[in-house]
Design a protein around this ligand. Structure first.
Ligand code: NI
Length: 160
């Protein structure tokens, strides 16, 4: 397990359409472990493969509060989107910034887990937001494209 370098705004890895994962390998499994380590170390709730330079349709999320709640999504598809939520969002690839983004309140997702077994999951609130945010990374999109109003510096938020 290791902490990977997180690519930031302007790095070309963040703007590519990622490719489906075809098989689970030891190397890929180790990369998933590294993605969790990297995300936890950076204090994030989600991390997509392109953020560490891997052009793969894969992301990890943990929006657990008191207990860890790690989820791996491989080749995800968002099947349903319902409602709206407007709130603050940030990204480990856009350090020190946040902005207001409107996302679906609920989503239904189908993906493969790290054993390449298919699952379907319904998520709402922050979990739904994180899934939409990470899903966009797989198509080379960042939340900065969706921000309503200017991007804010995190320092300002702490001073409010
Ligand atoms: Ni992000």
């Amino acid at each position: 397990m290791a902490i990977r370098n997180i690519r930031t705004l302007g790095d070309e890895a963040l703007y590519k359409v990622c490719k489906p994962v075809t098989e689970m390998t030891g190397k890929l499994s180790a990369m998933i472990d590294d993605m969790f380590d990297t995300m936890y170390e950076a204090g994030g709730v989600g991390l997509a493969a392109p953020q560490i330079g891997a052009r793969k349709r894969l992301f990890v999320i943990d929006v657990g509060f008191e207990e860890p709640d790690p989820h791996v999504f491989i080749n995800p598809e968002i099947l349903e989107r319902e409602g709206e939520q407007t709130g603050t969002e940030g990204c480990l690839s856009v350090p020190g910034k946040h902005g207001v983004v409107t996302r679906p309140q609920k989503v239904k997702v189908r993906a493969l887990d790290r054993d390449m077994k298919e699952f379907t999951l319904e998520a709402e609130d922050l979990f739904a937001r994180a899934i939409c945010h990470e899903y966009d990374h797989l198509d080379g999109h960042l939340y900065t494209e969706l921000v309503q109003g200017p991007l804010q510096d995190d320092v300002e938020r702490e001073e409010e």
